[in-house]
Design a protein around this ligand. Structure first.
Ligand SMILES: [Zn+2]
Ligand SMILES: [Zn+2]
Length: 458
C-alpha cells in the first residue's frame, strides 16, 4: 500500500486451491473452508456475505452447492460478496459462471434426491492435507464416475453403514459419516474400468479445465448455431442417421422455443457423436457441427447415453407418464410420480415438456376427493406400502383401511387414492423391464419421425 495502510478485509484472503488443470476447488468447498476458519456455519457466512444487500436472496437458501457454483441460480451474488470480503479476485474459477447462461442445471448434483447427497473420492479423503487439499468443482457433475487423480469410483454412501451424506456438512466434519462417525476415506475403492465412463470422465476433466481458463461467459446463441448447422446437414457425406436427425430436431425445437437449456448429457451426446470436446460445441459451433471431422478413436455411433444407469429415470418417466395419461383409471399427483422416479418437476418438464403437460392436464381434469396436500401425503405412504408387499386384492382392502384410519379419507376418497397408486405402481413395475421400455421407445421414435416429416418444410 502506498501510504502504508492495510485495507481491511473482513474474511481471510485464502486462495482458491487446485490439484491441477480441471481440478480447481469448488466455490462451495471454498465457502465451507472459510466458514470453518472463521468458526461459523456456512449459513452464518451466507448471512454475513449478504449483510447489506437489499436485493439479496433470503439467507438460508445456500444449503445446496448450486447456490455457490451455479449454473442457473443466484450464485453471482455470493461470488461477488466473497471476492469483496476476501480480496481474492479469481474465485469465479470455482463456479460454472462461464456456462451459466448456456447449460441447464440438469447434470449437476444439486439436491438430495431420494437420499443421494454429495459424492467424494475415498482416497482423496484418506490422504487429506488440511493445508492443500480441496473438493474440486468437477465433483459437481452427476456423470463423473471416478476421481481424476486416483482413478477410483466416487462414493455417495458411507462404506460402513451406507448412509448418504448431506452437501453442507461443515469442513471439519465432512470426512466423517454423519450417521455412524466412521471416516469416509479408505483405500478399498473400486477402480473405474468402463470404457464409456472413462471417456465421459476425461471429457469432463477437459471441460472443467476449459471453464477455469475462460473469463467471458458464453452466450446461449452458440448452441442454437450448433443445432442449426447440424440440422442443415444434407447429402451423402454430411447427412445424419435418422436417430441423430430426430434428436437434433427435438433439441432444436426446445431451443428455438426457449423452453429449456440443454443439459450436460445433451452436450456430451453431441460431443461423442461428433468426436469433439464439449467446449468446441460452445466456442466453435459451426466447426463442431461439421460432417467432415476426422473420426476419433473415442467416437461412438448413434447416441451415447443409452447406458441404463445414466438415463434410466428419464426413460422411465416418459414411459410411466404415457401409460398413466392413456389409461382410464385415476392418477396420483404429479409430484408423487416424479418423486417415485427420483426426478424433480423441472427435470421432467425440461426433458419431456409435452408429456409433462399432458399428465398435469389429466390430473387436473379428474374428480377431486381431497385437498392436494392430503392427496400427496396419502399417496406417498400408499406407495411405500405397495412397494413393501406383493400386490393382491386383500392388500387393496388393507390399503383403503390404512387411508381411512391415517388420512381420514372417506370410502370414495380412499378407493380413489388406492387405485391411483396401484396404477402408478403397475406402470413403475412395467417400466423396470428393459424389453418393455425398448418396445415403447421404438414406437415413440416412429411417431416422432412421422411428426418430424410432416413438420419439415422442405
Ligand atoms: Zn481421489
Ligand atoms: Zn456410516
Amino acid at each position: 500500500m502506498p501510504d502504508g495502510r492495510v485495507i481491511f478485509k473482513p474474511l481471510p484472503p485464502s486462495t482458491l486451491r487446485s490439484a491441477g488443470p480441471g481440478l480447481q476447488e469448488s466455490l462451495h468447498h471454498y465457502a465451507l473452508r472459510i466458514a470453518a476458519q472463521c468458526c461459523m456455519s456456512i449459513r452464518k457466512l451466507e448471512e454475513f456475505l449478504l449483510r447489506d444487500d437489499p436485493r439479496a436472496p433470503k439467507a438460508g437458501n445456500a444449503a445446496f452447492p448450486s447456490s455457490w457454483i451455479g449454473p442457473r441460480s443466484n450464485f453471482r451474488t455470493l461470488l461477488d460478496a466473497l471476492q469483496r470480503d476476501t480480496g481474492v479476485s479469481n474465485l469465479q474459477n470455482g463456479t460454472f459462471h462461464v456456462i451459466a447462461d448456456v447449460v441447464g442445471r440438469g447434470g449437476t448434483r444439486r439436491r438430495q434426491i431420494r437420499g443421494e447427497g454429495r459424492v467424494w473420492c475415498p482416497v482423496c479423503y484418506l490422504e487429506w492435507e488440511d493445508e492443500s487439499s480441496c473438493e474440486p468443482l468437477i465433483w459437481a457433475f452427476e456423470m463423473l464416475s471416478a476421481c481424476a487423480v486416483h482413478g477410483v469410483q466416487l462414493e455417495s454412501r458411507c462404506h460402513v453403514c451406507a448412509a448418504s451424506q448431506a452437501f453442507s456438512v461443515g469442513y471439519r466434519q465432512r470426512r466423517f459419516c454423519e450417521q455412524c462417525g466412521s471416516p469416509l476415506g479408505h483405500k478399498n475403492g473400486a477402480e473405474e474400468s468402463d470404457r464409456q465412463a472413462l471417456w465421459v470422465n476425461s471429457t469432463l476433466l477437459q471441460f472443467t479445465a476449459w471453464i477455469e481458463e475462460v473469463d467471458e461467459p458464453i452466450s446461449n446463441a452458440r448452441f442454437l448455431e450448433f443445432l442449426r448447422a447440424m440440422s442443415d446437414r444434407r447429402g451423402e457425406e454430411e447427412g445424419l442417421p435418422q436417430v441423430v436427425k430426430t434428436y437434433v430436431r427435438w433439441e432444436l425445437d426446445k431451443a428455438v422455443q426457449e423452453r429449456s437449456l440443454p443439459t450436460l448429457a445433451t452436450l456430451l451426446n453431441f460431443a461423442a457423436y461428433q468426436g469433439v470436446a464439449v467446449q468446441d460445441i460452445l466456442c466453435e459451433p459451426t466447426f463442431a457441427a461439421s460432417g467432415h471431422l476426422v473420426p476419433s478413436a473415442a467416437r461412438f455411433d448413434g447416441l451415447l447415453f443409452r447406458r441404463r444407469d445414466l438415463q434410466l429415470p428419464h426413460r422411465r418417466v416418459v414411459y410411466v407418464i404415457s401409460k398413466l395419461t392413456v389409461g382410464k383409471g385415476p392418477v396420483p399427483p404429479p409430484s408423487v410420480v416424479w418423486a417415485e422416479l427420483g426426478l424433480w418437476c423441472n427435470g421432467v418438464r425440461g426433458y419431456c415438456p409435452h408429456e409433462h403437460q399432458a399428465y398435469r392436464e389429466k390430473f387436473l381434469a379428474q374428480r377431486t376427493f381431497m385437498g392436494l396436500d392430503r392427496f400427496k401425503r396419502a399417496a406417498t405412504s400408499c406407495m411405500r406400502l405397495l412397494e413393501s408387499s406383493a400386490s393382491d386384492s386383500k392388500q387393496k382392502v388393507s390399503l383403503r383401511e390404512h387411508l381411512r384410519t391415517n388420512y381420514g379419507l372417506d370410502d370414495a376418497g380412499s378407493s380413489h387414492c388406492a387405485n391411483a397408486c396401484a396404477n402408478l405402481r403397475k406402470a413403475l413395475v412395467l417400466s423396470a423391464d428393459e424389453a418393455e421400455l425398448i418396445r415403447f421407445e421404438k414406437h415413440r421414435i416412429k411417431k416422432t419421425e412421422r411428426w418430424a416429416a410432416s413438420a419439415d418444410p422442405s
